[in-house]
Design a protein around this ligand. Structure first.
Ligand code: T4K
Length: 374
C-alpha cells in the first residue's frame, strides 16, 4: 500500500534506459554532438510525421521558439495575448521589446475570448499570441478571421497541444506559427526542448538560421539570432520517446475518465469535458472550485490535499497580468479580466500523468471529496 507516497502533479515520460544507452553509444562513436547532427535531422523528420505537419524546427526549450517566432515575423508594437498562461508566453513578447495587451478568456476553454480581441486592437497592434490552454484548442477560425480583417499575424503558444487534433487535423497547423514545449512536465518531453512550426521551406530555413546565431552558410549572418540548437543527446532521447507517447496519452485519457466519473455531481466542482471533434492529449486535469457551493475555498482545498500527500498545482495562478513587470499595463487591470481572475482563483490541476494507478487516482479523489460537502 503506497498510502504514504507523495502523488505529484506530474511525472515525466522517460524512455527505457537500455534503449537510450544504445543511442548514446552511437553519438559517442560518431563524436558529433550538436549543430544539426544526424539525430537532429532524423528527429525533426519523425516529429513532422508524428504531428502531421510539414515544417518544424526543434529548439532547446519551449520559450525560445516563442521569442524567435516574433522575430522571424518581424512583429512590432503591441501583441494581444492572454493573462491565463505560464509566464513564458508574456515574457517572450517582453523580451522582444514589444507591449503585451491582455484580453480576457472564455470560461469554457480558458483560452483567449475571440469576441473580446477586436476591442483591444489599436493602430500599433501587429500580432495575436493565443495559448491552447490545457490542450483545449482555441477557436482558430474566429481568430484567423479577425487577424485577416486587421492584417495581424497569429503565433500560437502550443506548449500544451502536443498531438492534439481537431476534426482530424493537427491543431499546430493553425496560425502563422506555433511553438511547442517538450519540457519534463509535458505530455511528451526531450528533457528540455521545444519546436516551432511554420508553413513553408523558406521560413523554416530562416528559423533554422535564427536558432543558430543568424548564421547562414559559413560567412553570412542574416539577423541577430540566438543559440537555441538542440544537441544530439536530446534529439536522440526525443526520437526514442516518440515511440512511447501514444501509450502515455492513452493512460492519461483513462485517468481523466476516472476523475470525471468519480467527481461527477460534487457540488461546486467543475471540470472540462472533451470538446467535440477533438483528440485530446489530457495534458492537465484542472478542476474549478466554487467556494460557496463546495464548502471550502480553492486554497483551503489545495492545502488540505497536501495533508493527504496529494500535490495538485494552481496552474495558472497568479495571473501573468498581476506580476510586477506587467501589472501597471492598462490591460492588466482586474476589471478588464474578470473571467481570467475568477478562473485563476478557482483552479487546481489534479495529478495527471501516464503512471497514475487506480489506487493513486482513488487517493486523489478521496482527498478532494473528503473536503467537499458531498
Ligand atoms: N508556454 C506555456 C503555455 C507553458 O506552459 C510553458 C511551460 C512554456 C510556454 C515554456 O516552455 P519551456 O520553456 O518550459 O519548455 C513548469 C515547467 O517548468 C514549465 O515548462 C511549464 N510550462 C509550466 C506550466 O510548469 P513548474 O515550476 O510548475 O515546475 P516544477 O519544477 O515545480 O515541476 C512540477 C512537478 O513536476 C513537480 O511537482 C514534480 C514534477 N517533475 C518536475 C520535473 C522538472 C518531475 O517529476 N520531474 C521533473 O524533472 O513549471
Amino acid at each position: 500500500m503506497s498510502a504514504d507516497k507523495n502523488i505529484l502533479v506530474t511525472s515525466p515520460l522517460i524512455p527505457p534506459l537500455e534503449e537510450f544507452i544504445s543511442y548514446l553509444q552511437q553519438i559517442w562513436d560518431k563524436k558529433w554532438i550538436t549543430n544539426n547532427g544526424s539525430f537532429h535531422k532524423e528527429f525533426e523528420a519523425a516529429l513532422a510525421e508524428y504531428l502531421g505537419v510539414e515544417y518544424i524546427s526543434v529548439f532547446t526549450n519551449g520559450t525560445l521558439p516563442l521569442i524567435t517566432a516574433l522575430q522571424a515575423l518581424n512583429i512590432q508594437g503591441e501583441v494581444i495575448t492572454t493573462p491565463y498562461s505560464f509566464v513564458a508566453t508574456t515574457h517572450a513578447i517582453w523580451w522582444n521589446g514589444l507591449k503585451p495587451v491582455f484580453v480576457d478568456i472564455d470560461p469554457v476553454t480558458c483560452n483567449i475570448d475571440p469576441d473580446k480581441i477586436e476591442e483591444a486592437i489599436t493602430d500599433k497592434t501587429t500580432a495575436i499570441m493565443p495559448v491552447h490552454c490545457y490542450g483545449n484548442p482555441c477557436d482558430t477560425e474566429k481568430i484567423k478571421a479577425i487577424a485577416d480583417k486587421h492584417g495581424l499575424k497569429v503565433i500560437y503558444d502550443a506548449a500544451h497541444v502536443f498531438g492534439v487534433t481537431e476534426n482530424g487535423k493537427s491543431v499546430i497547423e493553425a496560425g502563422d506559427m506555433s511553438a511547442l514545449s517538450f519540457h519534463a512536465t509535458k505530455v511528451y518531453n526531450t528533457l528540455e526542448g521545444g519546436a516551432l512550426v511554420c508553413h513553408d521551406a523558406d521560413t523554416k530555413r530562416y528559423i533554422d538560421d535564427l536558432k543558430n546565431f543568424g548564421i547562414h552558410g559559413e560567412t553570412e549572418v542574416v539577423a541577430p539570432g540566438i543559440n537555441s540548437k538542440m544537441d544530439e543527446v536530446r534529439a536522440s532521447y526525443g526520437l526514442l520517446n516518440l515511440k512511447y507517447v501514444d501509450a502515455a496519452i492513452e493512460a492519461r485519457r483513462k485517468a481523466a475518465e476516472y476523475y470525471r466519473e468519480a467527481l461527477r455531481g460534487v457540488p461546486g466542482l467543475r471540470y472540462f469535458e472533451d470538446l467535440p471533434g477533438v483528440r485530446h492529449n489530457y495534458s492537465y486535469f484542472p478542476v474549478f472550485i466554487n467556494a460557496a457551493e463546495f464548502g471550502m475555498t480553492r486554497d483551503e482545498l489545495y492545502f488540505k490535499m497536501k495533508e493527504y500527500k496529494v500535490y495538485g498545482r494552481r496552474y495558472f495562478y497568479p495571473l501573468i497580468s498581476t506580476f510586477e513587470t506587467y501589472r501597471n499595463l492598462p490591460s492588466a487591470a482586474p476589471a478588464n479580466l474578470p473571467v481570467a481572475t475568477r478562473m485563476a482563483d478557482e483552479v487546481i490541476c489534479l495529478p495527471m500523468h501516464h503512471e497514475l494507478t487506480e489506487e493513486m487516482l482513488e487517493r486523489v479523489v478521496r482527498a478532494v471529496i473528503m473536503n467537499s460537502r458531498k
